[in-house]
Design a protein around this ligand. Structure first.
Ligand code: NAD
Ligand code: DAU
Length: 350
């Protein structure tokens, strides 16, 4: 094996797409997927690669320092691609502490395990932190986040991600650990947990339930097809410069209400419903506290320096996404039974 790579959070949404890409594209890499399997982690996301020779799954918690140290000793990882996190803004508002534990403490535990194992022998080593555009805060009607934009996180989730980014950079400056960070916009596609906007709306449309749009619906996000993100991570991992940050975005801004309208039309078509039927389900509900108005990414650096660009545009990606959820209703039913029902009741109680 040429490399042994630890991917954390590989049973989650983006992580499972990344694991699939790496396992299939690099048969001579050994991929270890470490995941705690929280409500967001699901091994069903990886059925097609679970028996591959170059793939191993380990159930563990990144905040468990002893377990992480043992794992590093056992596998002698060359690199870490770190995605494990608590990732949903609304949950960070109701329960910030788990975000501090996993996103901040968990990241430091991994950095320490890497440092203790690599012992200053940095040749061929890399710690890759997968982060978010939310660390930059919020934009007005114009402007874009660049890699030089100051951090200004405004939710417990984004503050915890910002904090972990700072710590990763601190290990670069203080100890010389070879690190790289990427900050990406909103991902969408198959296997996303239906607490996030698009799969939640798709699931509700299927069940003819109301579609809860926060505030005035004019909040803006930049949407990126998840497989394009996985390809960008592969590129940054292999070609990115140590100590650098790369912004990743879809160049694809939508106001939430416009995106939900578009999704409703796609779903009507796929479900054979009368055009306009699903739009009737839209309900404006109370806003998310501290809701960031607009995110938009300037992805010039990764395009010019590494040659990455998104391949799938939103119109096509939305159809692919809606079709996937309609063809995988068992997956959707599994993840929305049980604890999800209670979460939904509490989150959307008026
Ligand atoms: P997700 O919530 O779908 O998956 C997170 C995974 O981490 C799950 O499999 C979960 O079981 C695992 N996990 C959580 N706590 C853990 C712990 N203590 N120990 C081990 N594993 C644990 O998240 P996602 O949307 O796939 O996001 C992955 C990463 O990408 C996160 O770091 C997130 O901040 C970042 N990101 C996400 C987006 C997006 O749009 N979803 C955009 C930019 C960056
Ligand atoms: O920008 C990258 C970030 O994108 C990632 O770092 C996060 O992990 C990921 O969850 C996502 O954060 P958002 O808060 O932007 O995603 P979410 O799907 O929760 O919401 C998208 C927009 O839709 C946001 O403006 C809030 C709004 N919304 C969301 C939900 C769940 C609604 O109007 N109604 C809803 O029910």
């Amino acid at each position: 094996m040429k490399k042994t790579i630890l991917i954390t959070g590989g049973a989650g949404f983006i992580g499972s797409h990344l694991v699939r890409l790496m396992v299939n594209k690099y048969p001579d890499y050994r991929i270890i997927n470490l995941d705690k399997l929280t409500y967001a982690g699901n091994l069903e996301n990886l059925k097609d690669v679970e028996n591959k020779d170059n793939y191993t799954f380990v159930k563990a918690d990144i905040t468990d320092a002893e377990a992480m140290q043992k794992l590093f000793q056992e596998y002698q990882f060359d690199s870490v691609i770190h995605l494990a996190a608590e990732s949903h803004v609304d949950r960070s508002i109701s329960n910030p502490m788990s975000f501090i534990e996993t996103n901040i403490v968990g990241t430091v535990v991994l950095l320490n395990a890497a440092r203790n194992t690599w012992k200053g022998n940095w040749e061929g080593k890399r710690f890759y932190q997968v982060s978010t555009d939310e660390v930059y805060g919020t934009l007005g009607e114009t402007g874009l986040f660049t890699e030089e934009t100051s951090y200004d996180p405004r939710s417990p989730y984004s503050a915890s991600k910002a904090s972990s980014d700072h710590l990763v950079r601190a290990y670069y400056h203080t100890y010389g650990m070879p690190i790289v960070i990427s900050n990406c916009s909103n991902n969408y596609g198959p296997y996303q947990f239906p607490e996030k906007l698009l799969p939640l709306m798709i699931n509700n449309i299927r069940h003819n339930k109301t579609l809860p749009v926060y505030g005035d619906g004019k909040y803006t996000r930049d949407w990126l097809w998840v497989e394009d993100h996985a390809k960008a991570i592969d590129m940054v991992f292999h070609k990115g410069e140590n100590g650098e940050t790369y912004n990743i975005g879809g160049n694809n801004e939508w106001k939430n209400i416009d995106l939900v309208h578009q999704l409703c039309d796609v779903m009507d078509e796929l479900l054979g419903r009368e055009k306009g039927a699903s739009r009737q389900l839209i309900t404006f509900v109370k806003d998310r506290p501290g809701h960031d108005r607009r995110y938009a990414i300037d992805a010039t650096k990764i395009k010019n320096e590494l040659g990455w660009e998104p391949e799938i545009q939103a119109e096509e990606g939305l159809i692919r996404t809606a079709k996937w959820y309609l063809e995988n209703t068992d997956w959707l039913e599994n993840v929305t039974s049980g604890a999800y029902q209670q979460y939904y009741k509490e989150q959307y109680a008026s």
